[in-house]
Design a binder for this molecule. Structure first.
Ligand SMILES: NC(=O)N[C@@H](CC(=O)O)C(=O)O
Ligand SMILES: [Zn+2]
Ligand SMILES: [Zn+2]
Length: 420
């Protein structure tokens, strides 16, 4: 295993120094076989994404575990959690083990499967949560993402079930009866465009219900892609009462608004929908404050035919792994410790993932990424490593370039390019 000396690297923005990586760990050895000129580069612990769609098995035309892993590594990630809405659904030990094994074979990031809460994501009966937990994939997070676990009795039973092994239910908070036929955020813009709205209350009502259920059961709830100012207030109150709830926001909900729907370009169609500028403001403040714990990409690759069609028929979702850090950097500025907290340490801690999100001290596993904060990049969909092209940032200039990523001491990205 090659050892590396990162010359003049700034750890989280601190005074530049030399950092040696040897035998898969941060080392106190004085030198190494390969020298990387890290002048002007910032080292962060490898990013951890709690919400990625890798589409394998079933939609390998949109993404595979391998292409999604490469996309993740190029975005500075060393671990991603793969959502269960594949085909077949990841609702058995067999499917989660398959995804886990494919991740190991690709070897670019640690791929941790998320198990479905209900059989086939149908919301009728609990999936084999215990079998997935004890499988080789060691599943601890369960989600029907794409769908809400709308039945309160099932949600309660799921929370009760995972409590035994300190598992988490990650909820896609959307009261389905309130979003029938919805095409975009319900508000002034939807009225103007004449499109059926997805009201904020459809999200807020489920979060309010679920924090009460989690409190009642004493179990752990994680709220996916929080998108409204009202949701932030529900979370704030629940956390103040000591409810075991964590929450994520996506990069796109921190930057983009519902005004973009006026273009009728389905690249802006996503679930939950892009909201208003005041929601964006509240989400940013909540992320800084910690009411929202983490940034998660909700990387949702879609094939061209599912995206380049009429708005009403397009699938919701955007790719996000390769632009997440640049977007967050543009929103938060160079607050490196905060970025490491929200994109690496806290997601690793929520998931109970050891070896990621560390302080990069001597002896820690060398899972890290090097960023050039002075570089600016125009996003070109054709350059993405993802198999899909549905980025809302085409032609946008974003700060920060991921120069290198290391997974347990092995480079997965060097000079801004994937090594395999
Ligand atoms: N976010 C999306 O708009 N789409 C996701 C599903 C989801 O995250 O709810 C997908 O799987 O495509
Ligand atoms: Zn979702
Ligand atoms: Zn999702």
């Amino acid at each position: 295993m090659t050892s590396y000396l990162l010359r003049g690297v700034s750890l989280l923005g601190a005074t530049p120094r030399d950092l040696v990586i040897a035998d898969g760990r941060i080392s106190d050895k004085p030198d190494a076989e390969e020298i990387i000129d890290a002048d002007g580069l910032v080292a962060l612990p490898g990013l951890v994404d709690l919400h990625t769609h890798l589409r394998e098995p079933g939609r390998e035309d949109a993404e595979t575990v391998e292409t999604g892993s490469r996309s993740a590594a190029l975005g500075g990630y060393t671990a991603v959690f793969a959502m269960a809405n594949t085909s077949p659904v990841a609702d058995t030990a067999g499917v989660v083990e398959q995804v886990w094994r494919l991740g190991r074979e690709a070897g670019l990031v640690d791929v941790q499967p998320i198990g479905a809460v209900t059989v086939g994501l149908a919301g009728k009966q609990l999936a084999e949560l215990g079998a997935m937990a004890t499988s080789a994939a060691n599943v601890r997070i369960f989600s029907d993402d794409g769908h809400c676990v709308a039945d309160p009795r099932l949600m309660r039973r799921a929370l009760e079930y995972v409590k035994a092994f300190d598992g988490i239910i990650a909820q896609h908070a959307e009261e389905p009866r309130l979003t029938e036929g919805a095409q975009m955020h319900e508000g002034e813009v939807s009225t103007r465009l004449g499109l059926t709205g997805w009201p904020a209350v459809a999200e807020e009502a489920i979060i309010a219900r679920d924090v009460l259920l989690a409190e009642h059961v004493g179990s752990r709830l994680h709220v996916c892609h929080v998108s409204t100012a009202g949701s932030v207030e529900v979370l704030r109150q629940a956390k103040a009462r000591g409810v075991r709830v964590t929450a994520e926001v996506t990069p796109h909900h921190l930057l983009l608004t519902d005004e973009l729907a006026a273009s009728y370009d389905p690249v802006y169609k996503v679930n939950p929908p892009l909201r208003t500028a005041s929601d964006v403001e509240a989400l940013r403040a909540a992320l800084v404050e910690g009411v929202i714990d983490i940034v998660a990409t909700d990387h949702a690759p879609h094939a061209v035919e599912d995206k380049e069609c009429e708005w009403a028929y397009a699938r919701p979702g955007m790719v996000g792994l390769e632009t997440a850090l640049p977007v967050v950097l543009s929103v938060l500025g160079e607050q490196w410790d905060l970025i490491a907290e929200r994109m690496s340490r806290t997601p690793a801690r929520i998931a109970g993932l050891t070896g990621h999100g560390t302080g990069l001290a001597v002896g820690d596993p060398a899972n890290l990424t090097l960023v050039d904060p002075s570089a600016r990049r125009v996003v070109d969909p054709a350059e993405l490593a993802s198999r899909s092209r549905n980025t809302p940032y085409a032609g946008t200039t974003l700060p920060g370039r991921i120069v290198a990523t290391f997974l347990r001491g092995e480079p997965t990205v060097l000079d801004g390019k994937a090594v395999k």
